[in-house]
Design a protein around this ligand. Structure first.
Ligand code: F0G
Length: 475
């Protein structure tokens, strides 16, 4: 079957307001070329994140009506714990309002000055929570994980040799070993079951708790089933259980593979750690039978966890990325390969070589995609990582643009449209201009800094011609 068969029909729709290129040019200027400042009503296809932006099912909405909002002892909590425990057999399951809250609680226990915490690649909120506790976060992904062109099937794998040396070197200062599945910061690349077992064995040999950041566990399990020798005939829930049986705990954002718009959890086996976590939870999130969530959110997650391990869903999910990547590849757009689980990553440095890294080629592409076709994407390069603690600028390792695909939200027509916008941009890519940052906050600047296009006149005046001097074809 060539068509991507979306395994659902649509019961409820959200209108998308069509905009023109002239409107978008003006909106971009008003947003100072930072797409976080745009209103979502002005976006045609929103690929800023796959987090909390998916469509819920009819059964999830039905479950929401069943939500019991009791402060303590809600049956919605029991259903939530049963659904999580069915896939992730941990002793203590502690709800939180989203993934970073689980991280904050975990590192209030395991972080602290002088500690070192390894992972394949820490996601930025994980790193932020580790560093806020005074500890240091280290990334030990395999070399292929940093090579956009490598076709290794599990580019999210931890480098086990480096991990072993690291554990030997840092000894008692390592409070736990982490692993992110899939490896979001590394392009949504999966980790093999063999590698998860290898990390688990090393952690056990060195007496360290092993904690999985499981945000996209179902996508990871799909890749294990479809790419790892010997796994092809197993069910997704079985593979998921095997992955988490290797670990001593997990952090989770239910906004990803929980198929919900909000929520998360921290799970642990160790009773002492769980007690400390619950004490902190009550301080910062809420009573342990609801965390920071409403009972109805717990219901949506419990139902979402049943749906996310469905093979027809996962096949469609990954097929969408494969489809976009194959077509971008045909157009000569350099993309991170093979396809990851939740997003398409474009290598902007390679595609726009006329723009210096510190003139932000990723931001140029992000603005070009919006002006040309109303697509909102996210720069993951020197805008996000270039500013150093002393205020200086260093180019990031890669200049990527992430097109994150919300779950069950867009169709194959939308995927075709995305490709069409790239085709139009391909014709004029050498005319895209770089940017300079006009104003920025001290931390996490990518969310709120303002930009000015380089060259070609003063881009922030009303008579400016826009980011692109282009023929105008796309609506
Ligand atoms: N871990 C990973 C791997 C993530 O991708 C995220 C969020 C978090 C933890 C934090 O979870 O948002 O619920 O607090 N990633 C989103 C993204 C924001 O766009 O990739 P959260």
């Amino acid at each position: 079957m060539k068509t991507i068969f979306e395994p659902f029909r649509i019961k409820s729709v959200e209108p998308i307001r069509m905009t023109t290129r002239d409107e978008r040019r003006e909106l971009l200027r008003e947003a100072h070329y930072n797409l976080f400042s745009l209103q979502s009503k002005d976006v045609l296809i929103d690929l800023l994140t796959d987090s909390g932006t998916g469509a819920m099912s009819a059964n999830q909405w039905a479950a929401i009506m069943r939500g019991d909002e009791s402060y303590a002892g809600s049956p919605s909590f029991d259903r939530f714990v049963a659904a999580v425990g069915n896939l992730m057999p941990f002793e203590h399951i502690i709800p939180v309002h989203q993934g970073r809250a689980a991280e904050a609680i975990l590192f209030s226990i395991l972080g602290g000055a002088g500690n070192n915490i390894p992972s394949n690649t820490h996601f930025d909120t994980t790193r932020g929570n580790i560093e806020a506790s005074g500890a240091i976060a280290h990334d030990l992904v395999i070399a292929e994980g940093n090579d956009p062109a490598s076709l290794h099937p599990f580019k999210g794998n931890m480098d086990l040799k480096r991990l072993e040396a690291y554990l030997g070197e840092h000894g008692d200062t390592v409070p736990c070993v982490m692993l992110t599945i899939t490896n979001n910061a590394g392009g949504g690349q999966p980790v093999s079951l063999e590698n998860i077992r290898g990390v688990s064995k090393l952690a056990r040999d060195f007496g360290k708790p092993f904690i999985i950041d499981g945000c996209r566990f179902a996508e990871n399990a799909w890749f294990i089933k479809s790419r790892e020798p010997g796994q092809g005939n197993r069910s997704i829930p079985d593979i998921v259980r095997d992955c988490f049986a290797c670990a001593d705990g997990m952090t989770m954002s239910a906004k990803k593979d929980g198929m919900a718009n909000i929520g998360g959890w921290l799970a642990l086996n160790d009773p002492d750690m769980a007690e400390q976590a619950r004490a902190r939870l009550i301080q910062t999130e809420g009573f342990p039978t609801y965390g920071g969530l409403a009972g109805r959110d717990l219901e949506a997650i419990a139902q979402g966890l049943e749906e996310v391990v469905d093979e027809d869903y996962l096949r469609y999910r990954v097929a969408t990325n494969d489809y976009i990547i194959a077509r971008l590849d045909e157009l000569g757009v350099p993309v991170v390969k093979p396809a990851g689980g939740h997003a398409v990553f474009v290598d902007a440095r390679q595609w726009l070589p006329h723009i210096e890294p510190l003139a932000y080629p990723g931001q140029a592409l992000v603005c070009g995609l919006y002006e040309t076709g109303g697509i909102r994407s996210c720069e993951i390069g020197s805008v996000m990582f270039g500013r150093q603690p002393d205020g200086s600028e260093t180019p990031a390792a890669m200049e990527l643009v992430r097109l994150a695909i919300p779950r069950r939200t867009y169709t194959q027509s939308h995927a075709d449209y995305i490709v069409e916008v790239f085709a139009e941009l391909a014709e004029v890519r050498t005319e895209l201009r770089g940017f300079r940052i006009a104003q920025q906050p001290r931390l996490l600047r990518h969310f709120s800094c303002s930009f000015e296009p380089l060259g070609g006149g003063n881009a922030v005046t009303a008579d400016d011609a826009g980011v692109l001097q282009l023929p105008r074809r796309t609506a």
